[in-house]
Design a protein around this ligand. Structure first.
Ligand SMILES: Nc1ncnc2c1ncn2[C@@H]1O[C@H](COP(=O)(O)OP(=O)(O)O)[C@@H](O)[C@H]1O
Ligand SMILES: [Mg+2]
Length: 238
């Protein structure tokens, strides 16, 4: 079994079934991306993996253990961490305070080392430790959200559209950070609206449409190129 195995997941909110039998895998040291149009269920997929949406049937396994019914904080303790699409930092708290809140599962005597480690990865944030998050640029704020998620020392990081609203330059810089995080031994499940960005960092890409996985691609393959063209022209894949 791979590190994360999602098997036949049917999930949603109350009476609204969003995901329809979704299966996917993320292996050790893999970056896997999920692309798809607005409303496809990408965020719901990440919510389900974290225990934040209702799962009607199907399973989520992490390191071979069935975590489908576990509370979110137990999943974090096992090594999953999540940077959500919105409200992913506390705007009125400083950079440092945001990071410390991300470390709530960690031993207190390790915090200083943990903070230094994320500052090595994000030197942009190190100089702004006392700045309130609301005063950061969009790119810095996304870096803070990811840095906060890293403070729980995850083995798998779930990221929901971290490049949304960023300039191409800030997006490229953020995507390079993801490759650095991968090289530190952390796997990443990345939800992206921009297929080119997804293809530039991912080892594999899943295409989610209306709650269903309609394709799985290796970046660089002819099929992957077709996927990009489909997105650019807005044509529907069936
Ligand atoms: N918290 C929620 N409660 C009820 N419905 C929701 C909630 N979040 C999302 N939805 C609905 O679920 C569907 C999929 O949304 P979402 O997973 O956010 O898609 P995506 O991230 O791909 O844009 C949409 O129809 C959306 O309105
Ligand atoms: Mg979303």
């Amino acid at each position: 079994m791979r590190m994360l195995e999602v098997v036949g997941l049917v999930a949603g909110y109350g009476k609204l079934k969003v995901l329809d039998s979704v299966s996917l895998r993320v292996g050790d040291r893999e970056v896997v991306s999920v692309v798809g149009p607005n409303g496809a269920g990408k965020t719901t997929l990440l919510n389900s993996i974290m225990g934040l949406a209702e799962v009607y049937s199907g399973k989520v396994y992490f390191d071979g253990a069935d975590i489908t019914g576990l509370k979110t904080e137990k999943r974090v303790a096992l090594g999953l961490s999540y940077s959500p699409q919105t409200n992913n930092v506390f705007p009125n708290l400083s950079v440092l305070e945001n990071l410390l809140l991300g470390a709530y599962t960690r031993r207190h005597d390790r915090l200083r080392d943990d903070v230094e480690e994320v500052f090595r990865l994000f030197p942009e944030l190190a100089g702004r430790a006392k700045s309130k998050a609301k005063n950061l640029s969009g790119g810095e704020r996304q870096m803070l959200a990811i840095a906060r998620a890293l403070m729980s020392k995850p083995r798998l990081l779930l990221l929901d559209e971290p490049t949304t609203g960023l300039s191409p330059k800030a997006s490229k810089s953020l995507l390079n950070k993801l490759l650095e995080i991968k090289s530190m031994g952390v796997s990443i499940l990345l939800v992206e609206q921009n297929v080119d960005y997804a293809m530039s960092v991912a080892d594999r890409v899943y295409h989610l449409v209306e709650g269903k996985i309609v394709g799985e691609y290796l970046p660089g393959s002819p099929e992957a190129r077709t996927l990009i063209e489909t997105f650019l022209t807005g044509r529907r894949v069936s």
